[in-house]
Design a protein around this ligand. Structure first.
Ligand SMILES: [Fe+2]
Length: 378
């Protein structure tokens, strides 16, 4: 008699049981973390608790702790930057590197093949390369130097309001690709309820019609109007039809901005060699592009549990860990994903140039991407 094929059902049931037990058990604990999903966490998403002020209370507590951390970090950056951040929610540095150093950096980046990951969102693809300082040392000295820059790290830390280690990647944004679905990141939104920093160092000019980054100046501040808006969102977010909104990245419309007394977004059409660092709990987005564009940049992100009172004690700052931070981060994501504790939206996309390959795969031979290969000061 033929043996029955072993059933996978018990293992699957066990895994999903473990996942839901973890989720339920950790739900209240997650209140003191950066967890933000109203849909996935029944405590964070509770209408009753949010009516009692849970969401706004988390914002207030995170802000109080962030303010004292940021105050201590402020000694490491110029007073003009502190003022600019307080008013606008972002920092900008034009001509960050001397011209010859910038050109050498471009040559290192465009002259190399990279292990690429990709994520498609609507009509845009984000292509990313995790960067490890240890691997760049010797082969990519300009890039390694930039990643090791204390000046840049301190600016990013100030905006994020935490003294932890920023994580750097090489990134290409392919926007305006043929697709029925729009780019969800082109809708103005806040990434989460607490301060965090994202930084972009542009390797070439970004024109007005090339889907530049947009940011609503001053929208990082939790004014009474913003807190009232946050409270209203928190009551409905768990059942919101837009998944990103339901998961705590609230989308915002022009009427909401006006009601919060906020200006329209500033579009960052910038020259090559410009660094922008934004607190993306302020409202921001990619600008929609009606034609295919490719934006290449060095990207950094920094977010940490906003309820920690201290700036240091970051395991990622240990020397070996810091030197391998890119690949370690990917490895952790890959391990946590099966347990339902992290999302790993990235798909391997082979080894190759940061700004090539998609020209053929996404747009056909007639595609005209490859913006990064243009002269820096077009
Ligand atoms: Fe965002």
């Amino acid at each position: 008699m033929a043996k029955a094929a072993p059933s996978r059902a018990p293992r699957t049931t066990l895994r999903s049981g473990l996942r839901s037990a973890l989720r339920t058990g950790l739900a209240p604990l997650a209140l003191l973390s950066g967890a933000k999903s109203f849909r996935d966490n029944p405590v964070i998403g509770s209408r009753r608790l949010n009516r009692l002020g849970l969401h706004v209370g988390r914002i207030r507590l995170a802000d109080a702790l962030t303010a004292q951390r940021r105050w201590r970090l402020g000694r490491r950056i110029p007073a003009a930057d502190r003022r600019h951040y307080a008013e606008q929610g972002y920092l900008i540095r034009e001509n960050l590197l001397p011209p010859e150093q910038f050109e050498a950096l471009r040559q290192e980046i465009y002259g190399s093949d990279w292990p690429r990951l990709e994520m498609r969102q609507g009509n845009a693809i984000t292509r990313r390369v995790a960067l490890d300082r240890a691997r760049l040392r010797g082969s990519h000295p300009q890039l390694e130097r930039l990643l090791a820059s204390r000046e840049i790290a301190n600016l990013i830390r100030y905006v994020a309001g935490t003294g932890a280690e920023p994580i750097f990647s090489l990134q290409a944004i392919l926007a305006g690709l043929p697709s029925e679905r729009p780019d969800p990141q082109a809708t103005l939104h806040a990434d989460t309820f607490h301060s965090l920093a994202k930084a972009w160092f542009f390797l070439h000019d970004v024109a007005e019609d090339e889907g530049p980054f947009a940011y609503v100046p001053g929208s990082q501040r939790m004014t009474p109007q913003r807190l009232a808006w946050e409270r209203r969102q928190s009551l409905e977010a768990a059942a919101h039809p837009i998944t990103y909104h339901a998961r705590g990245s609230f989308r915002v419309g022009p009427e909401d901005l006006a009601a919060m007394k906020l200006p329209p977004p500033r579009r960052f059409a910038v020259k090559a060699n410009t660094l922008v660092i934004a607190d993306t709990r302020g409202f921001h987005g990619r600008t929609a592009s009606d034609h295919p564009t490719c934006r290449v940049e060095l990207y950094a992100a920094l977010r940490r549990n906003p309820f920690l009172p201290w700036n240091g004690l970051d395991p990622l700052a240990l020397p070996w860990v810091r030197d391998h931070i890119g690949s370690l981060q990917l490895g952790v994501l890959e391990r946590l994903q099966p347990l339902g504790l992290a999302k790993m939206p990235w798909k391997p996309a082979g080894q190759g140039p940061i700004d090539a390959g998609l020209v053929e795969t996404e747009l056909g031979a007639a595609g005209s991407l490859g913006a990064g290969r243009r002269a820096a000061g077009r």
